[in-house]
Design a protein around this ligand. Structure first.
Ligand code: SAH
Length: 368
């Protein structure tokens, strides 16, 4: 008979939020304040060498060295747009990569973070969806994007910082619930990243049961990818709507508003020429959101090779916004950023992976 010894998997230290770290330390017979010290070393001082964490007992450091890992992602693509937007393709090895994007604005710097490699939801206008689903990111890989970007920006020496995080990169955050909640907990934890919950936004297509769970476990800001004001159209553009129709989605969002100390939901609505941009659609939207505290963000569609849609003309987007605004909704039109370094969200990964499939190396891909 053969016997095999399976080594226990190393603990992914970077991804442990307060409850996870506390329960590990309790199991090890350590005092709870050690968890605070560890989170400060890792996320505030960004010290990744356990030996340098001098105020931790030697025995604890030794046990951590033996059983835990601190893994940071590496960039296989790094480029800055003429408008200052910086985009990385990050990997933790194994041939998978995700996009992380830094978007500088006058009064803030927003980091757009990915939650999955690929996406299973197949929204019709989304380049990530076209690539299919590969796997969930771990909590360490999600928070690792914030570590990587913060260090890269510090390295630039231009004083640029991450002040806001949006989970609007690749993937559906609520389909990777546990890891996304742990990572966002670390973002708002005063002993870790310490961002205000208003400055951390999760963007979801609206997985209804997960929205109710989120209301129990988190209070970060919520953006919902709506894109259509009625079920017939949303079924077509955002197919998960067939499972969670508007009659379930809207009350779940209203519940999140009620349960958490937020004033509103941020609705995302991508403007698709001739598809969802008529004045009648604006009127349906006004009716649909009548009873939910709402802000509406109109997103000009970002075309990518092989996409079926075109972006609505500018004047139609403006008229759509005017109609919503006259009905009392705060409405913004998203500025398109970083267009010279790639088009739509998820497109970069597609390009790199396609190039690789054609047998070119990463040097040709990174192009910098
Ligand atoms: N799965 C989540 C988060 C990822 S997408 C969600 O659906 O919200 C983040 C935002 O980018 C969503 O609002 C999505 O609809 C939008 N988006 C995706 N592809 C786009 C494209 N080609 N042009 C404009 N916006 C796009």
């Amino acid at each position: 008979m053969m016997s095999s010894i399976v080594a226990p998997e190393a603990i992914d230290l970077l991804g442990l939020d307060e409850p996870a770290l506390n329960s590990l330390l309790a199991e090890w017979g350590e005092k709870p304040f050690r968890g605070r010290q560890l989170r400060q070393w890792l996320h505030q001082r960004r010290v990744y060498d356990l030996e340098q964490m001098t105020d931790l007992a030697k025995s604890l450091r030794a046990r951590l060295v033996e059983q835990a890992n601190i893994r940071l992602p590496e960039a296989i693509f790094d480029r800055e747009s003429s408008d200052g937007t910086r985009k990385w393709l990050l990997t933790s090895g194994g041939g998978n990569a995700v996009e992380t994007v830094y978007i500088p604005e006058r009064d803030r710097g927003t980091l757009c973070v990915s939650s999955q490699v690929g996406c299973a939801l197949d929204c019709r206008f989304c380049s990530t969806g076209k690539q299919g689903f590969n796997r969930n990111l771990t909590a360490g890989e999600i928070i690792g994007q914030l570590h990587y970007a913060t260090q890269a920006l510090e390295h630039e020496g231009r004083g640029r910082r991450v002040t806001n995080v949006v989970m609007m990169g690749m993937g559906e955050p609520l389909a990777n619930f546990r890891h996304v909640v742990a990572a966002t907990n670390l973002m708002v934890d005063p002993f870790a990243w310490g961002l205000s919950r208003r400055r951390v936004t999760l963007s979801t297509v609206g997985l209804v049961p997960a929205l109710y769970r989120l209301a129990e476990q988190s209070n970060i800001s919520l953006a919902v990818s709506l894109h259509a004001p009625n079920d017939a159209l949303r079924d077509e553009i955002v197919p998960i709507n067939k499972k969670y129709p508007l009659s379930e989605l809207i009350p779940a969002c209203a519940h999140y508003c009620d349960r958490t100390p937020h004033r509103c939901i941020y609705w995302e609505y991508v403007m698709l020429d001739g598809v969802n941009d008529h004045q009648a659609h604006a009127d349906q939207l006004i009716e649909l959101l009548r009873n939910v505290p709402s802000k509406i963000n109109l997103i000009p569609f970002n075309p990518f090779p092989g996409s079926d849609y075109r972006c609505s003309p500018r004047d139609r987007i403006t008229r759509f916004a005017d109609r919503l605004q006259r009905a009392g909704f705060i409405t913004t039109i998203r500025r398109t950023r970083g267009q010279d370094i790639d088009g739509a969200c998820g497109q970069l990964v597609g390009q790199v992976i396609n190039l690789r499939n054609r047998g070119r190396g990463s040097a040709a891909v990174s192009g910098n």
